[in-house]
Design a binder for this molecule. Structure first.
Ligand SMILES: NC(=O)c1ccc[n+]([C@@H]2O[C@H](COP(=O)([O-])OP(=O)(O)OC[C@H]3O[C@@H](n4cnc5c(N)ncnc54)[C@H](OP(=O)(O)O)[C@@H]3O)[C@@H](O)[C@H]2O)c1
Length: 321
């Protein structure tokens, strides 16, 4: 007989080291705050690039059991989507475009896959990049890193707002050429009017030079993971941010070298500096919205952010985990 807790409705979290994640403490508090009823979060750990059959078993268990409400996928977004693509009744356009899935949900008898990163990164950006900003400022975007998060941010910037309110130019810098090529292949499918330059580079001195090449007010993002996943920063301590730049470090914990470099220049350069906390909150609330059919108004997201702040810890290994 299954344990009693198995009779509870379940929200599955597919990651690498889910047990270490702050969300295991945060989700029960959010569920109570939102009045979601009897539901538990269930972590399923897989090693990086697990066998396709392992992903299929996990997804099938969610698809077939009425007590399984859906799930959130972190590190395995691309591999799981590749293994399970034909198991979904609905695949949203971002999941199609990016070839990844972060949200598994059920609605009207359909088992659904969504890629939520363009939405969650967009909601994070919209909190500090006001409507009309790109049209009125002439600002551009410098993305350090061409991984999944930078791709999601670029998709938001290239598609979400009307064409008169998009940056004229996005410069993306990445250590490996392959990531730039796959990002470019996705961008080419959009036919967007935003010009994108792909720079193959990992030399911090060259990154300093690129920092000096974008106009005042530009958005500068550290999507490399340096300062958390690996030490350092994509720029040197001598790198000078554009005046009034909007600086976004995607992580909120770790040594955060890039964030501190920017913070030191706030008085002299008039920078706006943000960390990845709200990105974490939006990452989860976008999926909870889909799975539990709860509308995530800015007020509710603010409340959930406050609830989570009290439970925040430095023990997890990936931010969204
Ligand atoms: N706050 C949140 O909730 C949240 C959500 C999502 C992501 N994040 C964080 O954001 C970071 C990026 O996430 P991701 O999923 O996009 O990671 P990812 O897919 O691993 O991408 C990171 C990219 O940065 C490149 N890179 C690393 N060091 C570099 C350097 N010095 N110069 C240029 N490029 C460099 C890597 O190049 P290679 O191709 O050579 O490896 C890789 O393509 C991670 O630290 C993650 O934890 C936070």
């Amino acid at each position: 007989m299954e344990p009693l807790s198995r009779r509870t409705r379940r929200f599955t979290f597919i990651g690498v080291t889910t047990g270490k994640s702050a969300i295991m403490r945060v989700f029960p508090a959010w569920a109570e705050h939102l009045g979601l009823g009897d539901v538990e979060i269930y972590g399923r750990d897989f090693p990086l690039h697990a066998p396709p059959g392992a992903y299929r078993d996990a997804v099938q268990a969610i698809a077939l059991d009425p007590l399984e409400l859906g799930g959130l996928v972190t590190t395995h977004k691309i591999d799981l989507f590749a293994a399970c693509r034909e198991m979904f009744d609905f695949i949203d356009p971002y999941a199609q475009l990016c070839g990844e899935v972060s949200s598994l949900s059920k609605r009207d008898g359909l088992f659904r896959a969504h890629a939520k990163d363009p939405i969650s990164s967009g909601r994070s950006l919209d909190e500090f990049v006001e409507a009309g900003y790109w049209g009125s400022s002439g600002a551009e975007v410098l993305l350090f890193g061409a991984g999944g998060s930078s791709l999601a941010i670029s998709l938001h910037l290239m598609t979400a707002r009307p064409s008169e309110d998009r940056p004229r130019r996005i410069v993306v810098v990445n250590r490996s050429r392959a990531r730039l090529e796959s990002m470019c292949a996705v961008h080419n499918q959009l036919g967007s009017d935003v010009k994108v330059e792909y720079v193959h580079n990992s030399d911090p001195l060259e990154n300093d030079r690129l920092l000096g090449s974008v106009p005042p007010g530009s958005l500068v993002v550290n999507g490399t993971g340096t300062g958390k996943d690996s030490p350092g920063s994509p720029i040197t301590d001598e790198g000078v941010f554009p005046e009034r730049a909007l600086v976004w470090e995607l992580n909120y914990r770790g040594e955060l070298g890039f964030l501190h470099q920017a913070e030191r220049q706030v008085p002299s350069r008039g920078l706006v500096v943000k960390d990845g906390w709200r990105y974490f909150v939006h990452g989860w609330t976008c999926v909870i919205e889909e799975v539990f059919e709860v509308e995530m108004t800015p007020e509710i997201v603010g409340e959930l952010s406050d609830v989570a702040l009290g439970l925040r810890s430095s023990s997890s290994t990936r931010d969204v985990e």
